[in-house]
Design a protein around this ligand. Sequence first.
Ligand SMILES: Nc1ncnc2c1ncn2[C@@H]1O[C@H](COP(=O)(O)OP(=O)(O)OP(=O)(O)O)[C@@H](O)[C@H]1O
Ligand SMILES: [Mg+2]
Length: 151
Amino acid sequence: MKAINTMRLTFDSRSANESFARTSVAAFLCQLDPAMDELMDIKTAVSEAVTNAIVHGYRDCIGKVTVTTALYENHRVVIKVQDKGCGIEDIAKAREPLFTTAPEEERAGLGFAVMESLTDKLRVSSRPGKGTTVTLERQIRSKDEAHEQHR
Ligand SMILES: Nc1ncnc2c1ncn2[C@@H]1O[C@H](COP(=O)(O)OP(=O)(O)OP(=O)(O)O)[C@@H](O)[C@H]1O
Ligand SMILES: [Mg+2]
């Protein structure tokens, strides 16, 4: 299905750009008039994926992170967070709650679990040495629809 509207953002893998990325996605999604809680969920999921690209993908170097957001019919939102960093050896293992390769940095290993719980669909594709793409999908309600549900 063809996207109704898209955006693409590429930035350096510096931690200062994590809030830039999540705020930019949220600003783009405002055209859907989303409910605040849904916007918060999406920002949190984007933040986890972008942080992973920065701290794991480009562990020892600075590279480029690309975030694309596409809007489809019925307020379906698809966000891709892509890096060309080290990649993931075992994706199934990496997605397990509490699995982390950075315990010394006091990482909890919960990023993928959080992304999963805040989206309708989470896809991870990765090749060691080539990089990682995380695709987050979520259908959002408009503020009006959210209001209707609470009546
Ligand atoms: N973009 C990426 N590039 C390379 N490895 C990744 C990437 N994203 C995740 N990983 C690997 O998957 C593991 C699990 O990621 P997850 O986000 O669930 O936990 P974490 O980042 O280790 O901890 P937390 O997110 O709780 O701070 C990471 O420890 C890392 O080994
Ligand atoms: Mg993480």
